[in-house]
Design a protein around this ligand. Structure first.
Ligand SMILES: Cc1cc2nc3c(=O)[nH]c(=O)nc-3n(C[C@H](O)[C@H](O)[C@H](O)COP(=O)(O)O)c2cc1C
Length: 157
């Protein structure tokens, strides 16, 4: 059984995770938001975990969760992901910075899943920053289907 655990500040990561889960047509996939209490990892042989990067750093609750559950995560088939709007050339660097080295070495797959920018959820200053970074001011949703395929192929092989 597969568990996808994600963290999200503005809600966009849930859309990326939903797209990922839909690829696992014949497998039983459960999805949990880190905000939920009592996430039971024992029942799963595969765990895919991730969330957004802000100012070059992984969303803190994910870092905390990974640290707390590191021994268990190291026993699972593990996939790691980030969400982010930075250009693809930064993916490797951002992923490297995001996760504990032991977890990275253990993970079968590490990818950027995509991103969502929803200006209606951002304050004026953050909206300004996001426009500077992405060059766009409206709602943006980008799902990385190649990354989804890579996770699917790796996890199910
Ligand atoms: C203030 C702010 C800073 C961000 N910094 C980065 C960044 O350093 N690198 C990156 O790839 N994406 C960055 N992003 C994009 C977010 O990671 C992206 O919008 C993500 O999908 C948000 O996830 P959430 O909606 O689940 O919180 C930033 C977004 C905001 C609002």
């Amino acid at each position: 059984m597969i568990l996808i655990i994600y963290g999200s500040k503005y809600g966009g990561t849930s859309l990326c995770v939903e797209a990922l889960s839909q690829r696992f047509i014949d497998d039983e996939v459960h999805i949990r938001n880190l905000d939920e209490k009592d996430i039971d990892l024992k029942a799963y042989d595969t765990i895919i975990i991730g969330g957004p990067v802000f100012a070059g750093r992984l969303y803190q609750p994910i870092t905390d969760f990974c640290l707390k559950h590191k021994p268990v995560l190291l026993e699972k088939k593990l996939g790691l992901f980030i969400c982010g709007c930075a250009p693809d050339k930064f993916d490797e660097d951002q992923i490297k910075k995001a996760y504990d080295t032991q977890l990275q070495d253990h993970a079968l797959v590490k990818v950027k899943l995509g991103f969502v920018v929803d200006p209606s959820k951002l304050n004026l200053f953050t909206r300004f920053i996001m426009k500077k970074i992405t060059g766009k001011s409206g709602y943006q949703k980008e799902i990385n289907n190649e990354a989804i395929e890579k996770i699917y192929q790796t996890i199910t092989q």
